[in-house]
Structures are given as C-alpha cells and as structure tokens.
Design a protein around this ligand. Structure first.
Ligand code: PLP
Length: 376
C-alpha cells in the first residue's frame, strides 16, 4: 500500500496527459506558452476568483504575495508555527519577522482568538510594524476566514491564505482560494498535493486587480511594459508550460477526485470514531476538507509510536506532519522562542500522524487500516 498513489491517477488519464505534453513539444513555447493562460482562466473559474496567476511553486507564490505588499525588514507577519516551513520561511527570507500564534486544537489552524494579543504585544514591545497574517489551511481544512478577516480589517492588516493543502476545499459555499476569503491566496501543485503536477508549480489568486498586476510583474523579474523594462526587483517565478499542460489534464477529473477523497475520509472517520484513545479529524460545519492529509491524534508520543509500528507491521505506511513546530526549528532560533511558547502546537506535534490518503484508496484497504486500529 502506498501513502499517496499517483500511478493510478496517471493510468486513468495517461492518453490525455501525453496528448497535452505532445502539443507543447509541437508548438515549442516552453515558457509562457498558450497552456499557461488557459490554465489560469480555468483555475480562476474553479476557485471563484477574479484572477489566477500561475507560478513556479507554492513557496514562490507566498513569496510573490508578500513582495506585492513590499514586506521587508521591520515588518511583522503573523502565522502558525504548526505548518510546513515554507509558510514562515518566505517571511524571514524577505528580512521581515515571522510572529507565531498558536493553533486551534480541533482544526490545527491559527486560532483567531489569539491574534489580537499577538499584535498588541508586537506593537507594545518589539518596534516592528504588524503588516499581515498568513493563515494556513492545514491538511485541507480552511482556516476561520470570517474571524481572521474581521480582526485584520480592524488592525489594518492584509490576509494571505496558504492554500497549498486546501485547493478544492470549501468554506461556507465558497472554494478555497475564492477571492472573498483572503486578500491573496496561494496554492501549490507539488506532485503530492491534492492537485499536483509532475514537478514544481503553484498559483496565486486575488480579486484585487492592482495586486494582480504587480504580482504578474514580480513573477518575471519585476518587469514593466516588457521584460527588458525593469520597474522593480522580482523573481524568476513562472510555471513551465509543460506543467500547465499536465495540470489541464488533471483538472478535468479534479472535482471527482475531491469527491472520492470525501469517501475515503468518510470510511476512516466512521471506523475510527468507535476506537477509544485516538481523535480522528473533525471538519467544522459548512466546510469541506480537500483531505491533503488525514491526520489523527494519538494519546501521547508513546501511543503514536505503538500505533505507527502496528500499522507498519501490517504493511501500512504512515507519516508525521509535523514533528517539530517551526518556533523550535534551528532555522528560526534567532527569533528567541522556547519550548512551552505554543503549547497546543507542541502537543499536536508530539502525537499527530497521518494515514494513507488519495482518491484511489480501495475500500478494502481503508477497512483493513481501521481493523488494525481495532486490533491494537
Ligand atoms: C507544500 C506547502 C507549501 C510549499 O509549496 P511548494 O510548492 O512545495 O513550494 C507551502 N505551505 C504549505 C502549508 C505546504 O503544505
């Protein structure tokens, strides 16, 4: 059994993928070919956003979004310590300061209740200027954008949605990356994400035309009217045409795959709810997860070890997202955080783990996984 099975999907749409790649080989426009524009139009329509801008990765999407706000030294950007490193890395790379805010223990997303205190502390004590929030839709469940948005407006901050794991998710009838959830949304098409290409790729979404124009420029070295007219410093942030061609083939079946993910998660949750001592994921009402990961909490570190090794013996792979919260990572040691600063993130990191999750996980495999829990 595989943790994420990309081969079954490929088998299903291989002729279309080959046809799309062949079209790129035939026209030869490897950079910014016609597939790029077609993909952007389809992504914007799918998400319900004014504008989708394809780019080189989810990390570069976040970087370009922060650059659009001229984030730099002296600025504070608030985010979760319980996420993939890229979310906070981009803040630090620009010379700004990531300020971590602990998470909600149920959704694993940034706790809106704790944001105001964090901003007030920064204003009072640090000499930094609060600029914005990067909220992460961890494992595919959208963050609480209503409350985050209200808080941000009151404090004059921007909101960026890190939707690297949530493309295809829903929040009160809107899709993740919909223009109305945050000022800018960023997603990733890394192969293992819910919508993945065959290399690195990402996209940026916004309803704000001015920001969109600026990010289109930032994506190509800060270009002006043409690429040898440089009006600002930017990045080499384009998506390859071949990756766009692959994503176009995958987008055709993506809505159905999101449905299949609900089925897989449904079998898991139904079975695991009856087992004491573990906590299966809980999706808030009015939301749908994109199920990038199906992550459960064991009782403690030892219990996780026991469960993981039992599953491993039964041939079932598991993974830990994330074993060390970012405030305790060496790369952020300059920020001066200590163990105990974000107890909920630390507690989750010590006992969380994820089960195999992809749209093609057979019913008998899901049931076998649940059985291993039942017998352990
Ligand atoms: C994967 C991921 C990213 C980075 O995306 P890449 O395409 O790998 O650069 C950023 N944030 C989160 C939460 C992610 O899961």
């Amino acid at each position: 059994m595989q943790f994420i099975d990309l081969a079954t999907q490929q088998k299903r749409i291989r002729p279309k993928i080959e046809e799309n790649i062949k079209a790129v080989l035939d026209h030869g426009r490897y950079i910014m070919g016609p597939e790029i524009n077609e993909l952007e139009t389809r992504l914007a329509a799918y998400a319900g956003t004014g504008r989708a801008i394809s780019c080189s990765s989810g990390t570069d999407a976040l970087l370009i979004a922060l650059m659009a706000y001229d984030v730099g030294p002296g600025d504070a950007v608030f985010t979760s310590p319980f996420t993939f490193v890229a979310t906070a890395e981009v803040i630090g790379v620009l010379g700004a300061t990531p300020v971590f805010v602990d998470i909600d223990p149920v959704t694993f997303n940034i706790d809106p209740e704790k944001l105001q205190e964090a901003v007030d502390d920064v204003r009072r004590e640090s000499g930094l200027t609060p600029r914005g929030v990067i909220a992460v839709d961890l494992f595919g469940i959208p963050a609480d954008y209503d409350r985050i948005g209200t808080f941000a407006k009151k404090n004059g901050l921007f909101v960026i949605e890190d939707a690297a794991q949530s493309f295809g998710a829903e929040y009160y009838g809107k899709k993740a990356c919909a223009g109305s959830l945050a000022d800018i949304a960023c997603t990733s098409f890394f192969p293992a994400k819910p919508l993945g290409c065959y290399g690195d790729g990402g996209a940026i979404f916004t309803d704000n035309g001015e920001l969109a124009e600026k990010m289109v420029s930032l994506r190509v070295h800060g270009m002006g009217s043409n690429k040898y007219d440089n009006i600002r410093l930017g990045a080499n942030g384009r998506m390859d045409t071949i990756q766009a061609a692959i994503l176009l083939a995958k987008l055709d079946i993506f809505p159905e795959e999101i449905e299949l993910r609900q089925e897989v998660a449904g079998t898991y949750t139904e079975g695991l709810m009856q087992i004491t001592g573990i906590r299966p994921p809980s999706v808030p009402e009015q939301m749908t997860s994109a199920w990038a990961q199906y992550s459960i909490l064991a009782k403690d570190w030892n219990h996780r070890e026991t469960l993981q090794s039992g599953l491993k013996d039964a041939g079932i792979p598991t993974a830990i997202y994330y074993p060390i919260p970012l405030h305790l990572q060496t790369a952020f040691s300059n920020l001066g955080y200590r163990e105990g600063d974000f107890p909920i993130s630390e507690d989750c990191a010590s006992r969380i783990f994820s089960l195999p999750m992809h749209p093609y996980l057979a019913k008998q495999d899901r049931e076998r996984i649940v059985d291993v829990f039942r017998d352990s």
